[in-house]
Design a binder for this molecule. Structure first.
Ligand code: PEP
Ligand code: MG
Length: 594
């Protein structure tokens, strides 16, 4: 008997609308609690565990090798899994529990995993905290080998299906092909989970974070997955199917139109040129930036090579990564941001050093000015890469002219070193300050004396201006890009830059959200750097906006006293001007942060 239609709500993780039969993946069994009684049993258990580690490693290396060409940019996830696999918290702890507590390997591994999970739960930064999913993926894979069940499922079905699972690891997701898997629904995960990111690249519609999905949906039931709205309809009736068809066609047409225009220049309808750049974290992402028509790289976050590593990257390693990006983007500009690490983004995610207020702690430029050896190595690699194209360097979290001055002094000293060694670099390498602390806004005129450009990092600027922890779910609804205080700060920085004749860009998430584009243009921001997937939609909004209208919108928004009024005004204005962008365009923008 077919059950009645049901509407379920989750989180839209990968845009697209599909319909098909559900295939529910069953859950894993319980962890065995068997104890070991003899030394020989312990020795065998340890041997079995070490074998499972080796098998897991071989499997990850094989997966990395076999990863499909169009997914190569995600190979770093498998690298990360290899690192996690060899992390001592997972390995040594498991071995210790086997030896000292006589736990069987499966239970010991589970306990070690729970301990790591606890550490992650205390981390303030939501993105780092979210990486527990990667530890869990490794744990599950390892456990699969331990229990002989294997961990990587390959997906083969007699007909294309919609997968419903508790969770899917990134590796499992990479094994899906869009001809076999129409879409998927998971109970776990959020917009920034790796699984969501990969689904986005594979263009497989997905809804994640749907509580008890595996219990609410049965295999074989017809399901509509709306990866735009986050809704799932089980057993749709005739009217629902018809409306599904209409929505799907509208969405596909919109997506096609937007992507078509992504290589066109971002000029406003009244002829003002702007620049739309990409934010990247990895050299591999350059191809995505190019695919979507980026005018350059406006923010190259460089933390990846430091995070999760047991050893610091060498100058050579850094240089090769940077040069790869610079070469690939030439002659377009690449803005390399120096290390933004410290606080809760510590050198290894498993070596978290607790601080009471990590966001206000030893982070970014503060960390680098203290750990000068690490900083010099990076600056040297950036300077060397600058000989191969158009490079700019920028320093994060600048809060005083002194900091900028000290960073510049170090840069000059490294230049001197390179010159003595007869190593080429760009003598005129532009130096920028990120404006992401309110003090930097207030002192922009002084910072401008030593900066060739500014880049407004709204992710942090909003956090520090409004005292809203950007990783704290409980205050997430107060994190308001259109807050009058934030808009005034952007306006002030633009005005100072104009007076001083230096370029100003914006590289926080705000710059990649179509909703804010006319306001930002109206405030005078002419360079916007964003997640590559945002570029087509943002360019479309820019091309459909005139600067004179944008100026009026910004002026009116600035005249309003409360954020509620600004939100209401801007939303109404944008909804009226760009109805399709608001139905489809915002979900097309992937929420991708390190
Ligand atoms: C920002 O703070 O807006 C920014 C771009 O830097 P990150 O998100 O890396 O802190
Ligand atoms: Mg920042």
């Amino acid at each position: 008997m077919t059950r009645k239609n049901r509407l379920l709500e989750g989180i839209a993780a990968s845009p697209g609308i599909v319909m098909g039969p559900a295939h529910v993946l069953t859950q894993e069994g319980q962890v065995s609690t068997r104890l070991l009684y003899t030394d020989q049993e312990v020795a065998e258990e340890l041997k079995g565990f070490n074998r499972a580690v080796d098998q897991t490693e071989e499997e990850l290396i094989r997966l990395r090798r076999e990863i499909a060409e169009d997914l190569k940019e995600h190979a770093y996830i498998l690298e990360l899994h290899l690192l996690i696999l060899r992390d001592r918290m997972l390995l040594l702890e498991t071995q210790k529990l086997i030896k000292e507590q006589n736990f069987n390997a499966e239970r010991a591994l589970y306990q070690a995993f729970l301990k790591i999970k606890e550490v992650f739960q205390r981390i303030g930064d939501k993105h780092i905290r979210g990486r527990i999913q990667d530890v869990e993926a490794v744990y599950r894979r390892l456990r699969g080998h331990l229990t002989g069940r294997g961990a990587s499922k390959t997906f083969e079905f007699p007909e294309p299906v919609i997968i419903v699972a508790r969770d899917l690891s990134p590796a499992e997701t990479t094994h899906m092909s869009s001809s076999q898997v129409l879409g998927f629904i998971t109970e776990r995960g959020g917009k920034t989970s790796h699984t969501a990111i990969i689904a986005h690249s594979l263009e497989i519609p997905a809804v994640v974070g749907l509580d008890n999905a595996t219990l609410k949906i049965e295999s074989g039931e017809e399901v509509i997955v709306n990866g735009v709205s986050g809704r799932v309809i089980v057993n749709p009736d005739e009217a629902m199917r018809r409306s599904y068809q209409v929505r799907r066609e509208e969405f596909e047409t919109f997506k096609w139109e937007v992507t078509q225009g992504s290589s066109l220049p971002a000029v406003t309808s009244d002829g003002h040129p702007t620049r739309v750049l990409a934010n990247i974290e990895q050299p591999d992402e350059v191809s995505l930036a190019q695919k979507y028509g980026a005018d350059g790289i406006g923010l190259y976050r460089t933390e990846f090579l430091y995070l999760g590593q047991r050893q610091l990257p060498t100058e050579e390693e850094l240089f090769h990564h940077y040069r790869q990006v610079v070469w690939a983007m030439a002659p377009r500009e690449v803005t390399i941001r120096t290390l933004d690490i410290g606080g809760d983004k510590f050198l290894s995610p498993l070596e978290y050093a607790p601080e009471i207020n990590p966001a206000l702690g030893l982070r970014a430029i503060r960390f680098c000015l203290k750990e000068q050896k690490i900083f010099r190595t990076q600056v040297k690699a950036i300077l060397r890469a600058s000989a191969f194209g158009q490079v700019r360097v920028m320093f994060p979290l600048i809060s005083s002219p002194r900091e900028l001055h000290d960073a510049r002094l170090l840069l000059e000293s490294v230049k001197g070193e390179l010159a003595r060694e007869h190593i080429a670099f760009d003598q005129k390498l532009p130096v920028g300050a990120m404006i992401e602390v309110p003090a930097a806004v207030t002192l922009a005129d002084l910072l401008g004396r030593e900066a060739d450009f500014f880049s407004i990092g709204t992710n942090d600027l909003i956090q520090y201006a409004l005292a809203i922890d950007r990783g704290n779910k409980s205050v997430a609804d107060m994190y308001e890009p259109l807050h009058p205080a934030v808009m005034r700060m952007v306006r002030d920085v633009v005005q100072v830059s104009r007076k001083l004749g230096i370029r100003v860009a914006m590289c926080g998430e705000m710059a990649g959200d179509p909703l804010y584009i006319p306001v930002l243009l109206g405030l005078g921001v002419e360079e916007l750097s964003m997640n590559p997937t945002s570029i087509p939609v943002v360019k479309r909004v820019i091309r459909m906006t005139s600067l004179s209208e944008a100026t009026k919108i910004a002026r009116r928004a600035l005249a309003l006293a409360t954020v509620e009024e600004v939100n209401e005004y801007v939303n109404k204005e944008m909804d009226h001007r760009f109805p399709d962008i608001f139905r489809f365009g915002r979900p097309l923008v992937a929420n991708r942060v390190l």
